[in-house]
Ligand binder design. Structure first.
Ligand code: MN
Length: 138
């Protein structure tokens, strides 16, 4: 799933997508891959923690509401570990009302993207953290 391309794997930008809703996962994967990023995928927080530890992605996009382990818990774990604490984590959230934004930032997320995904806003937000296109010009 990752580092499958040729060249120096260290220089490929890898994004871990954590999302339990298949349509959102597909949309996000397509947008990132079209932009030139490699993607890893998890559908719950527990899988996300393991994939992040094993692969040290350049960016994590994390849904909040998921089975097994939610995005708050997974983010707390990753931000507590030396090996993963510097990986930026952006929340994918359907609710931005009533203090949800404050709660997300207080929980250790580096930012958030609201759902449903607006393609232009999504790509703009991601580009604040990584430039997928760099991978093409090694
Ligand atoms: Mn969800």
């Amino acid at each position: 799933m990752t580092h499958s391309g040729k060249g120096n794997p260290q220089r490929e930008k890898v994004v871990l997508i954590v999302e339990d809703e298949p349509q959102n996962l597909t949309l996000i994967r397509d947008l990132l891959q079209f932009s030139g990023c490699k993607t890893l995928e998890a559908t719950d927080g527990k899988q996300a923690v393991q994939l992040a530890r094993d692969n040290k992605p350049n960016l994590i996009l994390m849904d909040i509401q998921m089975p097994v382990m939610d995005g708050f818990e997974a983010t707390a774990i990753l931000k507590n570990e030396e090996e993963t604490k510097n990986i930026p984590i952006i929340a994918l959230t359907a609710s931005v009302m009533n203090g949800a934004k404050e709660r997300i930032l207080a929980a250790g997320f580096d930012g958030y993207i609201s759902k449903p995904i607006n393609i232009r806003e999504f790509l703009k937000k991601v580009s604040e953290y990584i430039l997928c296109e760099e991978a093409k010009y090694e």
